[in-house]
Design a binder for this molecule. Structure first.
Ligand code: PLP
Length: 304
């Protein structure tokens, strides 16, 4: 993979932010790579390094038909000179390539080979038994979990947090969308801890895009695996009905944001993060003087 890009930290100027006397930036990780976009680049980086160390020739991973991780893995494998296999939820797609999403068509163009499995099989994909079977069937494959989420993915956020620290050493809030929570864990683990005695101690806010996001907490804690980290919260009320549910008011606010700032969002992740931020602001949860970073985690391929 390419070296890490230094992406802009774009100030967002708006009368609402002035009224609240806060400064808001968007960290533009959607610009880090045209195809291995946003957080997926960081999650794959050390996994690919590890696959090469283990002399594997294939990346094997899992996802749904619209998965940003599937799109990113196909390109990342190709760039690294590896082949790729995608285990895709939905066996009905196997004989109907004309029904494939843009994501699947692009991944196929980038060399990914698919194995379509039923929803029930997909649910059991990470059991020891299922993984053993895959290892036997594909001995040259390095297996990456769904969403690319494992401890090597978490480690990938260390350089990104360093970059943010250099661009804005006195940030107070950071918002990120949450799917599996690996990205949030990486942010929390590698954001440098600022003293609680400051007026504005740091807080990291994760916005789960799935219902009942509290179930993610134990796994996130395990990934963080550090006792002294900045405080973090999951804001679990902004899933807007659940994964990939995009009610009209969400899409409207997304369009308003895109028009005001000229920065495209995706409806599944970054739009919900932005929605949560505006609602927290409306509820006066963000104190005057705060410096807020909204992390753009990418996902724009899903818009096509
Ligand atoms: C995958 C993805 C996420 C979720 O990342 P996790 O590490 O699984 O929490 C957030 N934003 C975008 C745009 C994504 O594609």
């Amino acid at each position: 993979m390419n070296e890490q890009t230094i992406t802009p930290l774009t100030p967002l100027i708006s009368p609402i932010f002035e009224t609240h006397n806060i400064t808001v930036y968007m960290k533009r990780e959607e610009l880090n790579h045209p195809y291995i976009q946003g957080n997926k680049w960081h999650k794959l980086k050390f996994n690919i390094q590890e696959a090469l160390i283990q002399h594997k020739t294939t990346l094997l991973t899992f996802g749904g038909a619209y998965s940003n991780h599937i799109a990113a893995t196909a390109v990342a494998a190709q760039e690294a000179g590896l082949t790729s296999i995608g285990i895709i939820r939905g066996e009905e797609l196997s004989k109907k390539p004309e029904k494939w999403s843009h994501t699947l068509k692009e991944a196929a163009k980038n060399g990914m080979v698919f194995l379509f499995i039923s929803r029930s099989e997909y649910r059991n994909k990470s059991t020891n038994n299922a993984l053993k079977q895959l290892e036997t069937r594909f001995p040259d494959a390095y297996i990456i979990p769904e969403g690319g989420s494992n401890s090597l993915a978490v480690k990938g956020f260390q350089p990104l947090m360093q970059q943010i620290e250099e661009q804005c050493p006195d940030w107070t809030h950071l918002f990120s969308a949450v799917g599996t929570g690996a990205t949030l864990a990486g942010i929390v683990k590698y954001a440098s801890v600022k003293s609680k005695h400051l007026n504005h101690p740091r807080i990291i806010l994760g916005v789960p895009v799935l219902k009942q996001g509290d179930y993610l907490r134990p796994q996130i804690k395990e990934w963080i695996a550090e006792p002294h980290v900045n405080s973090w919260q999951l804001l679990t009320d902004y899933h807007c009905g659940g994964y990939a549910k995009t009610p009209d008011d969400l899409l409207q606010q997304k369009a308003t944001f895109e028009q005001a700032f000229g920065i495209p969002l995706d409806p599944i992740y970054t739009a919900k993060m932005m929605y949560a931020f505006y609602d927290q602001l409306k509820q006066n949860k963000i104190k005057p003087g705060s410096k807020v970073i909204l992390l753009h985690t990418g996902g724009l391929q899903g818009n096509l």
